[in-house]
Design a protein around this ligand. Structure first.
Ligand SMILES: Cc1ncc(COP(=O)(O)O)c(C=O)c1O
Length: 1002
């Protein structure tokens, strides 16, 4: 048996006792050898007849790397007991083979690694650069062999292109091949050195699964080494990195920047990455097409071409712009001469003709940033009336005011600014120009001489209207460009491309909203150091994650305005500073969600925005019940604050109006409302009412419940008191098992499970009676939320209530999580159960962010509490709170939000159920309306805490906020504002699908 034969060889020649398994290998025998000591090895027995120089080259190269760069994650060659790195040993058939041994590196290949983050790709670049640096002085006779994967010799495909019969595809290859031919002289002039030459995604090993950081753990397989300019090596790795990558340009930039960090590249080399990358893909598809001709029955040959064709045919990347990006990523001049232009602008600062005809140094700045500005009210839609008034607060009798460069703004709401199909997709927000706001008709003067490069009228809503681009040259002959947008298009008759505009010449005027795309009159003044790939269609704003490129290509234009850079440069609040401040000023148990926390400064309905204007889909927060920043809530709050805000010691119609609205949603027996500040305070009060009414102290409550953060509320919150370090269980509290029919004592296949769970209350009551506490009541989140989004079996609560009432207690329903329409089919959770409580507690959603809690009860219970001592909560029931609370409930009604919860909840549930069918790690999907949970399990059915944390954090990477809950924190909690729409529920399901695939692959 082959394995035994090679295990014996390993024992005999290396003294290693190991168990072997066969690995893939086209011609050679490769084995994974697991040593008895736990060490892993790769034993390689080359095909009979394999040239010795080929193996010798690899062995020596690995040894060379180990010597030059010992920290580089490359395999080590393990010498035999006699000190030899390469042996000749007979196989079972007695044929001699070259045999060598490597240590096994941890991890899996990059192809099977997720996520393929920019940071990981950057590290791949670093390792590849490190390997090339180590191999710089490596010499071997095998280096100069002639073979088809040497990019220097890739011209061989030219004569073979006819094998590709599809004319469009052939045309692509011909163009690539011609470009390559043009490049060859420069390429050949570069120094050649030993390079890996095949850093494909199966030759890069990555360690780390789920929540562990991903690290490059190995660069393997030197079988394709040759001598070539190092840029060929990088281009080959790049050709694999881009395939099927959702943002290939960002991936390339990361790879190249990583390489540059360990083995700095020149601009001339960087300029070759794109054409060489394409040439490598061309070689791949031509090679596999030729193989397909030879092996017509092998479908794999064609399938393996598909990603390369998808890239070559589908990508919209512009080579020039991409090259600028790669240069920028490496901190090199973005185009030839860019550094000279910047130096010249610096030198000339102060001597340009004033754009507005006068000095702008004293002009005030006005911020339209995400943080500072509330333009527009709806960050997804800027209506014409708002655009025409934008920045109106800075208007001062027509005096010019300036808008910042590098300022993230939400005013760019058109779909064209979005980089994906969803509202939470990446979005271009960061302003790449300086604005000067002044009355329409204000003349502009050219800061310096230039030739008209473009003079156009762009009629689209919120486009530029009239726009001029001038081309300038420095005395050294380096070109750069300036753009003037939002102009009166009257210049169209006068200014044609190629015409000269002199320094100081009045050449255009600011347009009014009818002429300038619809904006408040201003000029958007932008500089570009190149028009490669942007031509006359410059982005006026950039993606915050791509500022390394846009800063370099469209630098701060302050010098041309004779202003210091700092005056017009916007600095968003730094998340790191805020985090440091938080650590300095707050306790450690004020917890932050996510490994990489988010800072959120604006919101709208079920979306939130960070300081850079990146949108997040809020699928977690129930406090903004009717949506973030609801205009009706703003209006009511502002209106009331203009009038007065006082307390319940004085009469105000808002108090009774709110009480009547709340009671209109409840069964008739509820007549009395108490207004407080929070769910906690309402539950605390509920305890007092229960005790006052019953004269008893004891409480029964389900395990893992949460009712608030005060001493009393924590006493009935096992989720808090039972945690390690918690205060422990009070003797007047008795816990019962949560009625969880997925994981609990009685499962869904038991028709009597509701009654059986309810029966667990009997011994709890008995224990309280025995201890002499009596039974004051039972309190439960109607559907336990922190316990894991659990829907108790129907009939559970009525059965419990019956027992509690029989023992003299009152029944308290904590509807903080479940009330007010979230469940879709029911306004309150107890309706689903067919139970009627004695006290109902409502909390956070009822104020939509304003601190508000409500307790409702019967007159009888309220009377028991009314013992002559005043009940007063200063802010509970304030005029403002009552107005807001009523408005929230009115909005739920008038906007049909309960129905929306039903419809969108159903849609989400259907999508999540499909995921349950698809993925073994989804144990259960449960919930109602927009109160949903997805329980993640390990293969043995146990709670998958780590997977849950991974999914939650990955959802955050995709900018979707969801939570996690449950005693073992393995239940994903989806609980968005009730405004959520179909597109949003779809993106949640789609993204979860993607992430669960990653989990399955891990
Ligand atoms: C079910 C339940 N009850 C009470 C509370 C306490 O509410 P608050 O934090 O507003 O005091 C919460 C808070 O999460 C809750 O989920």
């Amino acid at each position: 048996m082959t394995l035994a034969h090679w295990a014996a060889a390993l024992r005999e020649h290396w003294g290693i006792e190991a168990e072997l398994t066969r690995l893939d290998g086209e011609y050679d025998l490769n084995f994974l050898a697991k040593g008895l000591d736990g060490q892993g090895y790769i034993l390689k027995a080359m095909r009979p007849g394999c040239e010795e120089w080929l193996v010798d080259m690899q062995v020596k190269a690995f040894e060379h790397i180990a010597e030059r760069q010992p920290d580089l994650p490359c395999p080590r060659v393990i010498a035999s007991a006699t000190g030899k790195s390469l042996l000749t040993l007979p196989d079972e058939e007695g044929q001699d083979r070259l045999v060598w041994l490597l240590n096994q590196l941890p991890g899996r290949c990059y192809a099977k690694t997720e996520p393929k983050s920019d940071a990981l790709i950057h590290e791949i670049g670093e390792v590849l650069g490190g390997s090339a640096k180590a191999l710089k002085d490596f010499q071997h006779e095998g280096m100069t062999r002639d073979f088809k994967w040497d990019l220097m010799r890739a011209g061989w495909i030219q004569d073979q292109l006819s094998c590709v019969t599809n004319p469009a595809r052939r045309a692509i290859l011909e163009q690539i091949s011609a470009e390559f031919a043009g490049l060859e002289p420069d390429l050949t002039a570069l120094p050649a050195q030993a390079v890996h030459n095949d850093a494909n995604d199966y030759n890069i090993m990555v360690a780390g699964i789920l929540n562990e950081p991903r690290r490059v753990s190995g660069l393997i397989d030197l079988g394709d080494m040759c001598a070539a300019p190092r840029i060929c090596d990088l281009a080959i790795a790049a050709a694999y990195i881009v395939l099927d990558h959702p943002a290939p340009e960002a991936a390339l930039a990361s790879l190249v920047a990583g390489y540059h960090d360990s083995y700095p590249l020149t601009a001339a080399e960087l300029d070759m990455v794109w054409p060489l990358l394409r040439m490598r893909l061309a070689v791949s598809v031509v090679n596999s097409t030729l193989m397909a001709v030879e092996n017509p029955d092998d479908p794999y040959v064609t399938i393996s071409q598909a990603p390369a064709w998808r890239f070559l045919e589908g990508n919209k990347l512009h080579g020039g712009l991409l090259t600028a990006r790669l240069r920028a990523a490496c901190g090199l001049p973005v185009v030839e001469g860019a550094d000279r232009v910047m130096a010249w602008l610096e030198q000339e600062r102060g001597s340009f003709a004033p754009l507005m005809g006068y000095d702008l140094n004293d002009a005030p700045m006005g911020s339209l940033s995400v943080e500072n500005s509330t333009w527009p009210q709806n960050p997804f839609n800027m209506p014409l009336e708002e655009a025409a008034r934008v920045g109106g607060e800075f208007e001062d009798n027509g005096r010019v005011w300036l808008g910042y460069y590098h300022e993230p703004r939400l005013i760019y709401t058109d779909c064209a600014f979005r980089k994906g199909p969803f509202k939470s997709s990446n979005r271009r927000t960061v302003h790449l120009a300086v604005d000067a706001f002044a009355p329409a008709g204000t003349p502009l003067f050219a800061p310096l001489r230039g030739k008209v490069f473009a003079a156009e009228f762009r009629s689209g809503h919120l486009d530029y209207g009239g726009v001029i681009i001038l081309r300038h040259e420095t005395p050294d002959g380096d070109a750069f460009y300036t753009l003037y947008g939002h102009l009166n298009p009257e210049f169209l008759d006068r200014l044609k491309p190629g015409e000269t505009v002199e320094k100081g010449e009045e050449f255009c005027r600011l347009g009014d909203p009818g002429q300038n795309g619809g904006w408040a009159p201003h000029v958007h003044f932008q500089v570009a150091l190149s028009t490669e790939g942007i031509e006359t269609d410059w982005p006026g704003v950039g993606d915050p994650d791509e500022m390394y490129l846009w800063h370099a290509l469209c630098p701060n234009p302050a010098a041309l305005l004779n202003l210091p850079d700092e005056k017009v440069l916007y600095h968003p609040t730094s998340k790191e500073d805020v985090l440091a401040g938080r650590r300095a000023h707050f306790g450690g148990n004020l917890s932050l969600t996510y490994r990489d926390p988010v800072m959120l400064v604006r919101g709208w309905k079920h979306h939130l925005f960070d300081e850079w204007g990146r949108p997040y889909l809020d699928a977690y927060n129930n406090v903004p019940h009717v949506g973030h920043a609801h205009p009706r809530i703003q209006a009511v709050a502002a209106d009331q604050l203009k009038r007065m805000n006082s307390n319940t010691r004085y009469l105000h119609p808002a108090q009774t109006a709110f009480a009547e609205k709340v009671l209109s949603k409840l069964p008739d027996r509820f007549e009395i409302c108490f207004f407080v500040n929070s769910g906690t305070e309402a539950n605390e009060l509920a305890l007092r009412l229960a005790r006052a009414h019953t004269g008893s102290k004891g409480m029964v409550t389900p395990d893992h419940g949460y009712h608030g953060n005060t001493t009393g509320a924590i006493s009935i919150s096992a989720y808090k008191f039972n945690k390690p370090g918690g205060v422990g269980q009070a003797d007047w509290v008795e816990l019962v098992e949560v009625a969880d029919d997925y994981r609990g004592s009685f499962r869904r296949d038991d028709p009597d499970r509701a009654q059986k769970f309810a029966n667990l209350v009997d011994p709890a009551i008995e224990r309280l009676l025995k201890k002499g506490h009596g039974v004051a009541g039972f309190i439960a989140e109607t559907f336990p939320s922190v316990g894991g989004q659990i829907i108790p079996p129907k009939g559970y609560l009525p059965a419990v209530y019956e027992k509690i009432r029989a023992a003299g207690g009152v029944c308290i329903a904590d509807e903080v999580q479940t009330g007010l329409g979230r469940l879709g089919d029911f306004y309150f959770g107890f309706e689903h159960q067919g139970a009627i409580p004695d006290i109902v507690v409502m909390g956070k959603p009822i104020g939509n962010g304003h601190p508000l809690g409500v307790l409702v009860t019967t007159r009888e219970i309220a009377d028991s509490f009314d013992n002559g001592i005043e009940f007063f909560s200063t802010f509970g029931g304030s005029t403002l709170s009552c107005r807001i609370g009523k408005e929230v409930l009115d909005i739920v009604d008038t906007e049909g939000l309960q129905e929306n919860a039903r419809v969108q909840g159903g849609r989400l549930m259907a999508g999540l159920k499909a995921l349950e069918q698809k993925y073994a790690c989804v144990g259960d999907v449960r919930g109602m309306g927009l109160f949903l949970g997805l329980e993640l399990i390990n293969t043995d059915g146990s709670e998958a805490t780590e997977i849950c944390s991974y999914v939650k954090n990955r959802m955050r990477d995709y900018r979707i906020l969801i939570g996690s809950e449950g005693p073992k924190d393995n239940i994903l909690k989806i609980r968005p504002p009730l405004t959520i729409e179909s597109d949003d529920t779809d993106v949640i399901v789609r993204t979860l699908d993607t992430i669960l695939q990653e989990v399955e692959a891990a």
